[in-house]
Structures are given as C-alpha cells and as structure tokens.
Design a protein around this ligand. Structure first.
Ligand code: FAD
Length: 465
C-alpha cells in the first residue's frame, strides 16, 4: 500500500494533464489506468488516430483531385490500407509513449489496472489498496448506441468509432448513423478512400447546435465530396447477415419504413459518461440524470476529497475541455485558484475544409433577446484559400454585441479553421471588440486575413468583398 496526495483515475487528456500539473505543484501523485497505454480515448481511439487517417486520406484526395490541376502529373497513389493503419498505430505509439515519458519526468506513478473507491481516501486496484488525500475521477466516456442497433467491433459489420478506426478492409458501402463530428470525420475518411458513404441523421441539419449557415454550407461541401445524406430519418434497427447489414429507418415526415444496405454501419450517435466499476453508488456519489458525476464549481463531488473532470462530468465531450479541467482541479487541490471559462471552449471538425466554432451562435443569442451584429466574410475573397482549393463555400462569421462591439462568438468553415478560431478565443478571453481585431495588422497572404475581414464586416465593411 502506498500513500499519495492525489490519485487520478484514468489517464486520458483530463487525467494525465491533471497528474502532471499536480506533480508540478509539488503533490505526490499517481494515476491508475486500466488500458495498456496512457492517453485515454483521445490518444488511443479518438482524436489522434482519426486525425492520422484524416491527414493521409486528405493527401490522397489532393493527389486524385487537385494535383493535375496544379501541374503535378503522374499516377495517383494507390491505397495500402494495412500500411495506412500501421502509420496510424505509429502516431498513436509516439503520443502514448510521450505521456509515459512525461510521467517519468514528473515522477508520477502509473498504477496499472482498474480502480475502485471502496471508501473516501482509498483507491483499490487489484489486491492493493492505496491511500489518497484527494481522488480525481477522470474515467471518460464510451460510445453509445441506439435501441435495436447492436455494435460488434470484432465482427466489423456494425461498429462504433473504435471499430471504424480499425476496419479489416475498406468497405464498398458504408452507412454512418449520426451526422455529428465523429460521424462526419470518419465518413469523410472512408469517402476519400472510395467507399460509397451515406449518412443517416435524425435531425434536419448536420452538426446539431452549430450556426445554421455553417450547417448548410458544410453539408453542401461534403455532398460535393461524395457523401450522401438522408436527413430527418429515425433509425429503427440494423439487421446483419454474415457479411452485410440492412439499416431500417423511418422518415420523420411520415411514410413507410425504408431500408438501406451496407457492408459496414458506423454508429456515431454520441458518447456516454463511463463510471462503471468505481463503486460510486456504494460510496454515495451523486450523479446527474444523464449518468455524469455531479460536481460543484470546483469539480468536487459530494463526497469529501473526491473530484471529477472531463467526459465523465457535464459539458462538451472534448479533450481540451478535459485538459483545462485537469489543470484547474490540480490548482484547486494545491490551494490555488483553478478556473475554466466555459464560455470560450472552441469546437472543431477536422474535415477538409475544417469547421470551428466558439462562443454563442446567432440563433442562441437572438433567442436570448440580445442585440447583436454579425460580420461575415467569404473565403472566396481570400487569396491564400483560393490557392489551396478551399475557398468555395467557406466563410468566417463573427458575432458581436450591437452596442458594445464585444465579440460574443464565431464560426469558421474554411482552411485551418481549427487554428484560426484561437485568435478569436484569445480576443474573447480579453473581452476584445470586433474593432480590436479589425485594427490588428494581419500578415498577407494568410487565411487569418479572413478573420480580420469578418471583424471589419462588423463595422464599416470588409475590403475584399
Ligand atoms: P478519456 O480520454 O475517455 O480517458 C479515460 C480513461 O480512463 C480511459 O483510458 C479509461 O481506460 C480509463 N478508466 C476508466 N475507468 C477506469 C478505472 N476504473 N480504472 C482505471 N482506468 C479507468 N475531442 C477533441 O477535443 N478533439 C477531437 O478531435 C476529438 N476527436 C475524437 C474522435 C473520436 C473518434 C472520439 C471517439 C473522440 C474524439 N474526441 C475529440 C473526444 C475526446 O477523445 C474526449 O473528449 C476525451 O478523450 C475525454 O478525455 P477524458 O480524460 O475525460 O477521458
């Protein structure tokens, strides 16, 4: 039995970041992780492997569709799927190994195995019980499914995101259930690899909750890239034979059930918090109605010395949100002032073009009765975007308070949107006005000029439109 200031349960982006900050603040820290490698969902079966596949298939798309136009002639590359997957594994290995190195560097103990909390101040792993003044639960989330849809990643016909990242072969026909971030990213991967991809979505727009202009433009761009969409369709069940599946759905507008065939069905209908095996019921930890651990403003659960962060608590299920909470709760435990500004958490879809958002949408602000103004600038007026075939349909939309000009939110669909959004995040953190952005010199030719132009559009007007 060992004794620690902090034991973190789970080594995803929430848990490992929390542990590193705890160690930096002089706290004796251990992390319990049941997986074979560190990094959680994000590094092993989430953010990182999906981005590796998005990168390689984006280059394939460029070679097939844009190289010749730029004077790069010759045979397009052929796909070696096994090699592409091994490149993805290599990227995962580099990143998970990197966390192991950081643990050693910061003298953090990795206790291998699955943890439970038999009583406050104690963490049990296998036959060993460790003492901890503070316990941080960062046990993350797992994919959720629909009634009538049974996921079996080993069989490889009806899969979740984990299965989709490791399919034995590229399917001829893929049905993606759910037009959210994960469904569209992985749908894009397989469409670029030559699969005939159909996305079936219950709502009438892709990426529910996003700005309406972005939703429309994004869907149009993806359709041009070959993805098919069936919107307003409630999936009833998925039937499988030895090698195929039939997806039965009911159109929301009425009419008979319809059926669509697939070699692979990707269920991308969201994720649910994961707290199984921790013994939280017996410990008396309060949960929300949605199965999350209920926490106060300092990430404390209702049991003394127990904290929770990341996907297992309320809020957007994003790696950087989990990381921010990890750092903040470490500061709180060390007696400092941890803080997360939930109003400025960007969200990014890593398709091509990328989509990025921060703050509130136009519709949400209008529904609140806020007086706002919007500045929109199309990437067609951005020289650099045109040079990389990513100007069409893309734009930056900035929303500011009508009277004070303070920036309240933004949406970007276009090249490097996931990086551009941070200029706006920083501006929002500093309480900047649209005019502040408009008066800032932006290098030419950069994509970020489009952000400045959108800021100019909130005032006297952009230059290049
Ligand atoms: P997790 O990363 O889920 O880690 C929790 C860890 O806890 C796991 O390793 C688990 O094994 C361990 N654990 C659980 N219970 C126990 C126990 N009892 N004992 C020991 N260990 C335990 N987010 C982004 O921000 N950007 C992206 O681009 C992005 N892409 C994604 C793509 C996909 C395909 C998926 C599935 C997710 C993606 N996400 C992305 C979401 C992101 O992965 C999660 O928000 C993030 O990993 C949450 O971090 P976490 O630390 O809360 O939990």
């Amino acid at each position: 039995m060992a004794s620690y200031d902090v034991i973190v349960i789970g080594a995803g982006p929430g848990g490992y970041v929390c542990a590193i900050r705890c160690a930096q603040l002089g706290l004796k820290t251990a992390v319990v992780e049941g997986r074979e490698t560190l990094g959680g969902t994000c590094l092993n079966v989430g953010c990182i492997p999906s981005k590796a596949l998005l990168h390689s298939t984006h280059l394939l798309h460029e070679a097939e569709h844009n190289f010749a136009h730029m004077g790069l002639k010759g045979k397009s590359p052929s796909v070696d799927w096994a090699q592409m997957k091994s490149y993805k594994e290599e990227v995962i290995g580099q990143n998970t190994g990197g966390i192991e190195f950081l643990f050693k560097k910061n003298k953090i103990d990795w206790i291998k195995g699955w943890a439970s909390i038999p009583e406050a101040g104690k963490v049990k792993v296998g036959d060993d019980t460790h003492e901890a003044k503070n316990i941080v639960i960062a046990s993350g989330s797992v994919p959720s499914s629909l009634p009538g849809v049974e996921v079996d990643n080993a069989k490889g016909i009806v899969v979740d995101s984990t299965g989709a990242l490791d399919l034995p072969k590229i399917p001829k026909k893929m049905v993606v259930i759910g037009a959210g971030v994960i469904g569209l990213e992985l749908g894009s991967v397989y469409a670029r690899l030559g699969s005939d991809v159909t996305v079936v979505e219950y709502m009438d727009a892709v990426c529910p909750g996003m700005d309406k202009d972005v939703q429309r433009s994004f869907k149009r761009i993806l359709e041009k890239q070959g993805l098919n969409f069936i919107m307003g369709a409630a999936v009833q069940e998925v039937e499988t034979s030895k090698t195929k599946a039939k997806v039965k759905y009911q159109p929301k507008k009425g009419g008979d059930d319809e059926v669509i065939d697939a070699d692979v069905v990707l269920v991308a209908t969201g994720r649910k918090p994961y707290a199984e095996g921790l013994g939280l019921d017996a410990l008396g930890v309060k949960m929300t109605e949605r199965g999350q651990i209920a926490t106060d403003a300092h990430w404390a659960a209702n049991v003394k010395g127990v904290y929770a962060i990341g996907d297992v608590i309320e809020g957007p299920m994003l790696a950087h949100k989990a990381e921010d909470e990890g750092m903040a709760v470490a500061e709180v435990i060390a007696g400092k002032h941890g803080h997360v500004n939930y109003g400025v958490i960007p969200g990014v879809v890593y398709t091509t073009p990328e989509v990025a958002t921060v703050g509130q949408t136009e519709d949400a602000l209008k529904a609140e009765g806020r007086k706002i103004k919007t500045g929109k600038f199309m990437f067609m007026g951005n020289a650099r975007a045109k040079a990389v075939h990513q100007a069409e349909g893309g734009f930056v939309k900035l929303i500011a308070d009508k009277e004070t000009d303070r920036i309240l939110g933004a949406s970007i669909i276009g090249p490097a949107a996931g990086d551009l959004i941070h200029e706006i995040c920083v501006a929002m953190e500093f309480g900047a006005s649209a005019e502040d952005l408009a008066l800032t010199c932006h290098a030419h030719p950069t994509y970020s000029e489009a952000v400045r132009e959108a800021a100019l559009a909130c005032g006297d007007g952009p230059i290049h439109s």
